[in-house]
Design a binder for this molecule. Structure first.
Ligand code: SAH
Length: 441
């Protein structure tokens, strides 16, 4: 615990805005009205044109178009996070969240033998707040990380958010290098002097020992939806409502579709959502971790292969009909961790999912909260810290709906050589923090 006690020297971030009580895993009852009064959005016109030309589209195609279409996608041109936006996330609620994740990466770096270099890779970094909090911990623990060559790599499709991330993370005196057409579309230097690069695709990030992080990223990846019928599985598609020309509706495919191959033979639910893009990303992460080392930490709301219909929309901190005014609201589906585990199997070991409450408790959130409370005399700041803690930890808030899941090289859990371990001539590997209590050796 010595490092956490030293955490007392870490600065308090500037106060975060008053904590709104809305996050995406929750079903809301209040909030602002949908941004656009006109429900016939440019995205709806684009989709209607598409469906008229080629027929009904899958829910996955709908999500992909609505969220990340390069011209009109919901994520591409707006900042949807925070009080003024559509939803709030843990790193935006409390600085403690990112700090504890920073500690997790350092603890894994120590446990895996303190490599000479590592890449910190974040998928879907939002406003850059989480990476910012992690990098602050890296700076504060500079004496531990000294001589380690760190670089930061962000995977982001949103032009707007990548600009906000650059403002949050980079040193403004060092001009950003931009090349919109290149796989690395932006480069700079962080406030603490670390090289930082932006990509649209994980595949373009250099291979090497890396710590990967994905917080509320997998839930925005496109899902296919299937309904069990007397004739077998049928994919849910989106079509134009025959009674209202500018309205969309769900229909069932008349016969089997190729994506059906993703459904398990022994599936017992009558409705399932599958996310092939998540499978591709997990396989890529697993291959990289198996070959070059490191770890991936994935945090999201989700289930372990038990839930059915979780596809939903959010606008102005309010639940929003997924088919109304597409492009003005966030679309999301719970992450199926059992599917992620299956996709990683064989290549790397996986841990979790464990509840956010358990993970943060194991990481020492109570110690860190106490240190910050002891340091602050300002009542509003103390209240903000306590409110933030409650949002992250309370089972009725984010404590139980959000989960942590990790991918690690097999030898991290089982030691380099099972037989030597059995003979006790090599120390057994240290437990993985968060999934068990944090221990500093
Ligand atoms: N991790 C942040 C933001 C979560 S919102 C937080 O917790 O606060 C989802 C993020 O993923 C946004 O930054 C969005 O622009 C990005 N994103 C969505 N789809 C993506 C894709 N296909 N590839 C890369 N980034 C994507």
């Amino acid at each position: 615990m010595s490092v956490l006690v030293r955490a007392g020297v870490w600065p308090l971030r500037a106060a975060r805005s008053v904590i709104p009580c809305f996050w995406r895993g929750k079903y809301f009852s209040s909030g602002k009205e949908p941004a656009e009064n006109n429900l016939v959005t440019p995205m709806l016109r684009h989709l209607i044109y598409k469906i008229k030309s080629t027929g009904p589209i899958t829910v996955a195609e709908y999500m992909k178009e609505v969220l990340t279409n390069p011209a009109k996608g919901y994520y591409v041109h707006r900042d949807m996070l925070g009080e003024e936006g559509d939803f709030i996330t843990s790193p935006e609620i409390s600085q403690i969240f990112g700090e504890l994740l920073g500690i997790w990466f350092i603890s894994e770096w120590i446990a895996t033998g303190k490599t000479a270099a590592f890449q910190l890779v974040e998928l879907g970094p939002g406003r850059g707040t989480l990476s910012g909090d992690i990098l602050r911990v890296f700076s504060q623990l500079g004496s531990v990380l000294k001589n380690c060559d760190i670089s930061v790599h962000l995977v982001e499709v949103s032009q707007k958010l990548s600009e906000i991330q650059a403002l949050t993370l980079t040193e403004e005196k060092v001009p950003l290098e931009r090349d919109a057409g290149a796989p690395v579309y932006m480069k700079g230097v962080t406030k603490s002097g670390i090289p930082i690069s932006w990509y649209r695709d994980l595949q373009d990030i250099p291979k090497g020992f890396s710590f990967y992080l994905a917080h509320e990223f997998f839930d925005v990846l496109p899902v296919h939806k299937f309904q069990k019928t007397p004739h077998g599985w049928r994919e849910v598609l989106i079509d134009i409502d025959p009674h209202v020309s500018d309205k969309l509706r769900f229909v069932l495919a008349p016969c089997a579709t190729p994506a059906e191959a993703f459904i398990q033979c022994d599936e017992t639910r009558d409705h399932v959502e599958v996310c092939p893009d998540a499978g591709v990303i997990i396989q890529e992460l697993s291959e990289r971790i198996a070959v070059t080392g490191g770890a991936a930490l994935i945090a999201d709301y989700g289930h372990d292969g038990t839930k059915t219909d979780t596809f939903r929309g959010f606008c102005g901190h309010k639940l929003h009909d997924v088919l109304i005014a597409p492009g003005t609201a966030d679309l999301t589906a719970d992450v199926d961790f059992s599917y992620l585990r299956r996709m990683a199997q064989g290549k790397v070991a996986s841990l979790g999912p464990v509840k956010q409450q358990t993970f943060l408790k194991n990481m020492g959130i109570d110690v860190r909260l106490k240190v910050l409370l002891d340091k602050s005399d300002e009542p509003s700041l103390r209240q903000q810290l306590l409110q933030g803690y409650d949002m992250l930890m309370n089972p009725k808030e984010m404590g139980e709906r959000f989960n942590f899941f990790a991918l690690l090289p097999h030898q991290r859990l089982h030691g380099r050589n099972h037989q030597i371990n059995a003979l006790q001539s090599e120390p057994s590997p240290s437990p993985v923090a968060g999934f068990s209590e944090l221990v500093w050796r």
